[in-house]
Design a protein around this ligand. Structure first.
Ligand SMILES: [Ca+2]
Ligand SMILES: [Ca+2]
Ligand SMILES: [Ca+2]
Ligand SMILES: [Ca+2]
Length: 420
């Protein structure tokens, strides 16, 4: 919505907030215009990510025994719910995590449900990017992490054992005392990965930073170092990229103040953890013009830019007839085809996807998030502080290579978990 960090609050007992950062220390609530108010639902757990690879931040959250939402941001600061029936299906949800557990490049979304009245298994979905279409949402077998009788209150992800795959920690409590569980994913171990840790000028974790990985063949992947997603817990301040068999060509970090760094990588840099410090005055890197950004991208003004960028002279952008739709992506404009929609659907305002008309909401973007607002009370932000890494869900069972080997390990204690 703005170049500075905006704030999305997924509220219980009332409309959500989407605060646009006015850049002068004040914020304006845009939730209604953006279509993300959801005033009759009770939010529990939120995550921010770019689910359709258009460079704009999208929002996923769970509603307590209500419909869960997957809001994609369009070009007019409006959001559109693309949650499938199965995905949106109401549950006693407590935590939502978006991460790539099997390192196949596609984000997975984990719903931690609390079994406070009968069974309430946790669920896992893959949200796969598609060219010129909304992402495909597919439920995966979450295996032992289903914990149908688990009193899950919070959950988080991090790479506990340093093998490049995220591990999932689920905390329990509230209505019964249960041990913490830690799950490990065994699928996708041969996939490439890259973990990027941006730092502030003082060396701490750069919450609010945005990290983009340009790849050889798979386009750009974006992660946000979030300030408080999940619910009663906090995710690790690490941009974790699963790469499948691909490699990152250039990694780019934008700090909340607009400073940025772009760093060309070599294949040998894959499967590693990379720290990127805040650039000192005059040290903002510029990519060499012959840097290879990967398929679909080229170097422009020292940064990777989309090949299909629309010409923007004075007046409206110019696109060829075969790709007449110009939309903003990764800070640029690019041309794309107009979607032909089947009966009962109509094109989105930008003409690049189809939707069921009743599911369309206007809206806008956001960059950082807080996890919930207490009923009738003040904004509740999960505590920030020293790093305790969170990890996302793992899946098991027969679905698409996520076969079940999530292992439960060493339970310790109960209670909600935070990043300490
Ligand atoms: Ca709400
Ligand atoms: Ca997006
Ligand atoms: Ca995945
Ligand atoms: Ca691991």
């Amino acid at each position: 919505m703005s170049s500075s960090s905006d704030v999305f609050c997924d509220n219980e007992n009332g409309p959500n907030f989407l605060f646009r950062n006015n850049g002068d220390g004040t914020f304006t609530d845009m939730a209604q215009q953006a279509g993300v108010e959801d005033r009759y639902q009770h939010g529990r757990g939120v995550a921010l990510a770019d689910f359709n690879a258009d460079g704009k931040t999208d929002i996923v959250y769970g509603n307590w025994n209500g419909q869960h939402r997957l809001y994609l941001q369009d070009n007019n600061q409006r959001f559109r719910d693309v949650a499938s029936g199965s995905f949106s299906s109401p549950s006693p949800v407590r935590t939502v995590i978006a991460a790539d557990f099997d390192n196949d490049q596609e984000l997975d979304i984990f719903f931690n449900n609390i079994a406070y009245r009968g069974h309430a298994p946790n669920r896992l979905f893959r949200v796969a990017r598609r060219a010129d279409a909304d992402p495909q949402i597919e439920e995966l077998n979450v295996g032992e992490a289903a914990e149908p009788q688990g009193r899950g209150t919070g959950a988080t992800v991090t790479d506990f054992d340093g093998d490049g795959q995220l591990d999932l920690l689920v905390a329990h409590g509230e209505s019964a005392s249960q041990p913490i569980s830690v799950f490990k994913v065994t699928q996708g171990s041969s996939n490439h990965w890259l973990r990027v840790i941006p730092r502030t000028r003082f060396g701490s974790f750069a919450r609010g930073a945005r990290v983009t990985a340009y790849t050889n063949r798979s386009g750009a992947l974006m992660r946000i170092i979030d300030g408080g997603s999940g619910y009663l817990c906090e995710m690790e301040p690490v941009a974790h990229f699963g790469l499948g068999k691909d490699e990152v060509t250039v990694v780019e970090v934008y700090w909340p103040d607009g400073r940025s760094v772009a760093r060309p990588l070599q294949p040998g840099d894959m499967n590693s953890v990379m720290e990127i410090g805040y650039p000192k005055e005059g040290e903002e890197s510029v990519l060499n013009p012959d840097t290879q950004c990967g398929e679909g991208f080229f170097v422009k003004n020292g940064r990777c830019a989309d090949n299909n960028e629309c010409k923007q002279q004075s007046g409206p952008p110019v696109c060829p007839k075969s790709r007449p739709v110009c939309s903003n992506t990764y800070g640029h404009y690019n041309c794309g085809p107009r979607k032909t929609c089947s009966r009962g659907h109509k094109p989105t305002k930008d003409g690049r996807a189809c939707m069921v008309p009743t599911r369309y909401y206007p809206l806008s973007p956001s960059l950082c998030s807080c996890s919930s607002v207490l009923p009738g009370g003040p904004l509740f932000l999960t505590p920030a502080g020293a790093p305790l890494w969170a990890l996302p869900p793992i899946s098991t069972g027969p679905l698409h290579g996520l076969n079940g080997d999530m292992r439960l390990r060493a339970p310790q204690s109960h209670a909600s978990m935070g990043i300490a």
